[in-house]
Design a protein around this ligand. Structure first.
Ligand code: FAD
Length: 249
């Protein structure tokens, strides 16, 4: 087992002029975001939900964010260096060694170890976010429009209710503008988790718990301007089971 995090996790260069950033394969997304924040002129065009993952790992798995206009994060790579099974070091780009380059992008580590990557990022921006509860039927009826009208779009249905939480966001140069926090998220998460644990013994409580907490978490419409890091990523505060589907749009 090879772990690059300890010895190959440096941000090697950030060039604001060309928007190119070169990093070592074991650099985590969190490390890159910290370096970008310090430098101050570039942002990631899109982000997944968590940041303690390595760049080589997220490229290898086709990690993505949200928004129909945004490609998977592997599309940001312009050049990569890898060590093949025979110990040779190779460099490839979209234009030189193109077939190898494309094969390496989502290769699940099967073709070699990615040791260095160059990424094309974009000038800094913020996100104007809008979160509200809408009936599931209304969201499904307007799904295509919501997708195409917004840079970023996600929604989730709250079980035992007819509502879904709809979150849309668009790039802006407006200053960050957080709303007054109406409750303590961490405490609320803790209470929600305790209630869910109680419901394991008595599942009949679940509908009521879901209704109460969806109202608490999402009942108030929210509009705010946030950095992409804040808006697109989050702490997974409790265990989750997830599954992904590909749907035609
Ligand atoms: C809580 C949670 C939330 C997530 N949210 C999202 C999300 O919002 N969007 C999304 O798309 N994905 C998401 N994921 C999936 C996540 O992005 C991938 O699992 C990602 O690969 C994890 O990166 P890692 O560094 O842990 O990779 P690892 O798990 O270490 O490796 C993943 C794969 O990459 C290969 N690999 C790792 N390093 C290298 C290297 N140096 N060279 C070549 N191959 C390598 C490995 O062989 C393996 O096949 C989430 C995962 C979790 C656990």
């Amino acid at each position: 087992m090879i772990d690059l995090k300890a010895h190959m996790s440096k941000v090697l260069s950030i060039d604001p002029g060309s928007c190119l950033v070169t990093i070592e394969g074991g650099t985590t997304l969190k490390q890159l975001l910290e370096a970008l924040a310090e430098e101050g002129s570039l942002s990631m065009p899109n982000l997944p939900s968590i940041t303690d993952i390595t760049f080589a790992g997220l490229i290898a798995t086709g990690t993505h964010g949200t928004g129909i206009k945004n490609q998977v994060l592997a599309s940001l790579v312009t050049e990569l260096e890898f060590v093949s099974g025979t110990g040779e070091v190779h460099t490839c780009t979209r234009h030189t060694n193109e077939q190898v380059f494309l094969a390496m992008l989502c290769s699940l580590g099967a073709l070699g170890i990615v040791t260095r990557l160059t990424l094309k990022l974009q000038p800094t921006y913020n996100l104007e976010c809008y979160e509200r509860l809408l009936p599931v039927t209304e969201v499904l009826a307007n799904y295509e429009r919501l997708l195409h009208e917004n840079d970023f779009f996600r929604f989730w249905w709250v079980p035992h209710t007819s509502q879904s939480v709809v979150w849309t966001a668009n790039r802006t140069q407006k200053e960050v503008c957080p709303p007054e926090s109406h409750f303590d998220v961490e405490k609320a998460n803790q209470r929600y988790e305790e209630k869910l644990a109680e419901a394991v013994a008595d599942p009949s409580k679940l509908p009521e718990i879901n209704r109460e907490f969806s109202e608490l978490f999402f009942g108030k419409e929210r509009r705010l301007v946030q950095t992409p890091e804040k808006a697109l990523t989050f702490d997974c505060l409790f265990p989750q089971h997830t599954i992904e589907y590909s749907v035609p749009v």
